[in-house]
Design a protein around this ligand. Structure first.
Ligand code: HEC
Length: 95
């Protein structure tokens, strides 16, 4: 009986771990820290998405100095990050 209980507990833990692993870190969570600096005077809202995207890429390539944080994004997430910063879909982006 003990073994069965143990096995069930292990299975349950695996399930929990798996459901976490399958859930990618939401973009909003990765971007939560950006607001510390990019709100108010340094907000990028209204700046064209292409310009922000170009800035993001240059920062990630190390061609432009920036506080750490941008390495957390996947390359394919950058257009979305740029769009959010620009304010294009800030409202309809629940992620
Ligand atoms: C500690 C403060 C700080 C934090 C946190 C921060 N930034 Fe910045 N960011 C800056 C500064 C300062 C600049 C201006 C650098 C420059 O002008 O070369 C900048 C510039 C940028 C630019 C270029 C803007 C342009 O004019 O082209 C982008 C894009 C950007 N940040 C995105 C982000 C994102 C996304 C995050 C969150 C992951 C973030 N930043 C977090 C300080 C910060």
């Amino acid at each position: 009986m003990m073994i069965l209980k143990y096995a069930v507990a292990v299975l349950a833990l695996c399930f929990v771990a798996l459901s976490f692993a399958e859930e990618p870190v939401p973009l909003s969570k990765k971007m939560a820290s950006c607001g510390k600096c990019h709100m108010g005077k340094m907000a990028l809202t209204g700046k064209p998405v292409e310009e922000i995207l170009a800035g993001l890429v240059r920062i990630r390539e190390g061609k432009r100095p920036h506080p750490p944080g941008l390495q957390a994004f996947e390359a394919e997430q950058l257009p979305e990050v740029a769009a959010i910063l620009s304010g294009v879909n800030a409202d309809e982006s629940p992620r």
